[in-house]
Design a protein around this ligand. Structure first.
Ligand code: OVM
Length: 403
């Protein structure tokens, strides 16, 4: 099979550039083109494979044996070129190394370790929502979607309160450098010499509050499950994966409700649907839109022969709006059945932090549901230009307080 060259005659070559300004500004028409070109497409611009259909995206994410993460989950192949940081022990590894790291993180993030965080998350949410409501009209990114996760999540991880804003250029670096070495990549990487040492200092055992999630990771170093250096890397994964994702998921949630006021009213009528509503945000507008896998060997995929050590671009956002899978995918509808969306990924690398992310977003939305009668846009939202994240950088809104 693998040596049959005719297999590749069916693979469509496209000149779509998923990291061009035009694509990033409005990806959805391009997603449709990519999906319609075929189950797997060759991107001429980067000489990589791409898939945008739900069936293929979920198949690849559930096949770590053929589609590995050890080569990194960006465009660059770590096996042939270096990277600006030591690889993540979690994101950028395959079994058995991944399994060992994931088992530790699964234990640290067990519901019993997260339960006690809920009240604090809710108190901070109430405080920030009340402050925003006093403003009435405000930038929801500056007042809510940035400061809220930046307060509650690092508190939970256990790092000191000073200089936390450094986590924003760090996250920007982590996610933008998954793209090609364009201007977005270069600008994000510029502060690396200042930012990366700061992050690693904050991951040290002695820098973490006793009883925190970070300290829990180090307990697994004490028991010999992982080394001290591996514990630091796993704490780094919290700081890498836990800020931008939640900041932008919250921004996207607020944008969805500001643009679909009827859905906010629907949710107000039944606030117990808040979890379901957030899943629809994650389907409709996943913050982490795309990433890559690297083939570990020659493989046949959807009728196309793919060589070993080849990169494949995976569009989460396109899969989540594939009309082959979803009814009226362009409609933001908090009542729909969202099960199966890939906004948190799927398979062995599926988001390990989703419980804590959900707790954060649900606490903030719940505080809002108790206080906010209506949300409306008070100006034009500004889009963040970013290689892999879809988000707003500015979201002018007016929120009306419930009496
Ligand atoms: C990590 C990491 C970084 C970015 C994202 C992510 C979505 C993990 O360093 O482990 O998961």
């Amino acid at each position: 099979m693998l040596s049959m060259p005719h297999l590749n005659e069916t693979a469509v070559i496209s000149d779509i550039d998923p990291f061009s300004r035009e694509f990033l500004a409005d990806p959805y028409p391009y997603h449709e083109q990519l999906r319609d070109l075929g189950p797997v497409v060759r991107l001429a611009r980067y000489d990589v494979w791409a898939t945008a259909r739900y069936e293929q995206v979920s198949a690849i994410l559930n096949d770590w044996q053929n589609f590995g993460s050890g080569g990194g989950v960006g465009l660059a192949n770590f096996h042939t070129e270096g990277n600006w940081r030591p690889p993540s022990l979690l994101l950028e590894t395959d079994p058995p190394t991944h399994t060992r790291a994931r088992t530790v993180m699964n234990r640290v993030l067990l519901p019993k370790n997260l339960r006690d965080l809920r009240d604090g998350f809710y108190r901070d949410a109430v405080r920030m929502v009340d402050r925003a409501l006093e403003l009435g009209t405000f930038d929801a990114v500056a007042e809510l979607s940035q400061p809220y996760p930046l307060k509650v999540f690092p508190d939970a991880v256990g790092i000191a309160a000073d200089e936390r804003e450094t986590l924003l250029p760090y996250g920007n670096m982590v996610f933008n450098t998954m793209g090609p070495k364009n201007d977005l990549y270069q600008a994000a990487l510029a502060p690396v010499d200042k930012v990366l040492p700061w992050v690693m200092q904050r991951c040290a055992r002695g820098a973490l509050r006793p009883g925190s999630l970070g300290a829990e990771v180090y307990k697994h170093a004490d028991s010999g499950d992982i080394t001290e250096a591996e514990a630091a890397l796993l704490v780094r994964s919290f700081l890498s994966a836990g800020i931008d994702t939640t900041v932008h998921a919250l921004g996207n949630a607020l944008l969805c409700f500001a643009e679909n006021p009827g859905e906010w009213q629907k949710l107000r009528q039944d606030p117990s649907k808040v979890r379901q509503a957030f899943d629809e945000v994650m389907r409709f507008e996943p913050a982490f839109q795309c990433y890559f896998r690297t083939t570990t060997r020659e493989t046949e995929f959807s009728g196309t022969a793919i060589g070993s050590q080849e990169k494949i671009y995976i569009s989460i956002a396109a899969a989540n709006r594939d009309p082959r899978r979803w009814e009226a995918p362009e409609r933001f509808d908090i009542s729909r059945k969202t099960a199966g969306h890939v906004g948190f990924g799927t398979g062995i690398h599926g988001c390990v932090g989703q419980m804590i992310a959900r707790m954060e977003i649900e606490a903030l939305l719940t505080a809002m549901l108790e206080r906010v009668a209506a949300i409306e846009l008070a100006g034009k939202p500004e889009r963040l230009m970013h290689n892999t994240l879809r988000a707003v950088s500015k979201l002018p809104v007016r929120m009306t307080r419930l009496h």
